[in-house]
Design a protein around this ligand. Structure first.
Ligand SMILES: Cc1ncc(COP(=O)(O)O)c(C=O)c1O
Length: 393
């Protein structure tokens, strides 16, 4: 059986309740949302979707005591960021972001910049991937911005940004803040209302432990009002209107949602609340420490990013003296059977920032809650064995 150390791509395995809930929905429930009668199955689908909205609003401490109408479901965080950025940004607006961004926000931003819609400022982070709040402060002091968007933690080196400091600077200058929580949702507590996030964009299939094809946006109500929708169609409501209703949550949710996915996401959020984010974070930190200390002892490794577990997630980008990281990853997958992810991880700007772009990226090892000490030790031993072999000419 392979050892899975690619949790930054998607968490695996999922808690057993997740596939079970999806199976139960498809075999016993299965009614569409607000598109039937008030039969038991119809009500049960409505209830399931509402409970999932409520759990998301509770997990991220949404506005107005977690008003569930301000949770929009999408198919992933990429869609969430596109909905927010393309729906909010208008001609002449100025946006600030960091050099550690994933293409999920970088590509829509660059395209809007290329089309002459926005002006984009990218703040350089340091070699550990840290966005220094004082740099943001001085940039904001000089220029009025309409939006700030950034990723809470890097998907290539796990560096966690100082969200409270960044949020406070955005508040000081009245700039709406959009957070890409792809790597932190479910792993680090986030209070949307305390941080005054205009939009918290999440994906369901990583730290939230849900299935692929789920994600969403938790909105600050006044910000949701300023964002245009770009998908129009049936909502199962206001059917007499030939125009998209602007009521939440219907405004951003035309078409049948991924109901089996939402069933799985609901089960995942219930599991997460029972298990607790703090417990999961502590466990991942322990496993991350074990791996980091083991990696530091191996000769021939070039480790990028932070050298301690402080302020980071257990996501490690590796390169090797005299060896191609993709070849090492392939070797490791063969023997002892460890799954990692080589390459650029859809974040070329971030690799440039931490100095790994010239190596074509890195072999990323990312630990998850269900990994064991034994698996981490097997990974370190496996790497040691590969690195002790002669380099092929
Ligand atoms: C920081 C970050 N943002 C965005 C994404 C995109 O996630 P998804 O493919 O679920 O939309 C990822 C996925 O790796 C990520 O790590």
């Amino acid at each position: 059986m392979a050892i899975y150390l690619n949790n930054a791509a998607t968490s695996w395995p999922k808690p057993e309740a997740v596939p079970k809930a999806m199976y139960d929905f498809l075999t016993r429930g299965g009614a569409n949302l607000a598109r039937g009668t008030a039969a038991k199955r119809d009500l049960s689908t409505m209830d399931m979707v509402m409970c999932c909205r409520e759990n998301i609003a509770k997990l991220f401490d949404g506005f107005h005591d977690g008003d569930p109408r301000y949770v929009t479901f999408t198919s992933n965080v990429t869609e969430s960021l596109n909905v927010v950025l393309k729906g909010f940004l208008k001609k002449g607006m100025r946006v600030v972001t960091s050099s550690m961004e994933h293409n999920a926000s970088m590509r829509p931003l660059r395209r809007l910049e290329q089309k002459g819609v926005i002006e984009l400022s990218v703040i350089e982070c340091d070699g550990e991937g840290i966005l220094h709040p004082e740099d943001l402060h001085s940039v904001m002091k000089g220029t009025p911005f309409d939006l700030m968007v950034f990723t809470h933690a890097s998907n290539i080196c796990g560096t966690i940004q100082d969200l409270p400091a960044i949020a406070s600077i955005c508040s000081e200058f009245g700039v709406p803040l959009v957070l890409d929580s792809a790597q932190t949702a479910g792993l680090i507590p986030i209070s949307s209302s305390e941080m005054d996030l205009a939009a918290l964009c999440f994906t369901g299939h990583k730290g939230l432990m849900g299935p692929q094809g789920t994600g969403g946006i938790l909105w600050r109500p006044d910000f949701a009002e300023k964002v245009d929708w770009f998908i129009e169609g049936g909502t199962g409501s206001f059917s007499h209107l030939e125009f998209q209703p602007d009521m939440m949550p219907d405004k951003f949710e035309a078409g049948t949602p991924n109901l089996p996915g939402i069933a799985g996401l609901l089960a995942a959020t219930e599991w997460l609340m029972k298990e607790s984010i703090e417990k999961i974070h502590t466990r991942e930190e322990q496993l991350g420490s074990l791996l980091l200390e083991g990696l530091k002892k191996l000769p021939g490794i070039k480790l990028a990013g932070k050298m301690s577990m402080e302020g980071r997630l257990p996501v490690f980008p590796l390169n090797f003296h005299g060896r191609d990281h993709a070849e090492v990853a392939a070797h490791l997958a063969e023997d002892p059977g460890i799954e990692t992810r080589p390459g650029l991880h859809c974040a070329p700007a971030a690799h440039k920032t931490i100095g790994t772009l010239g190596d074509g990226g890195a072999m990323r090892i990312s630990v998850g809650y269900f990994n064991t000490e034994e698996e981490i030790n097997t990974c370190i031993e496996g790497l040691e064995k590969i690195l002790s072999m002669p380099v092929e000419a």
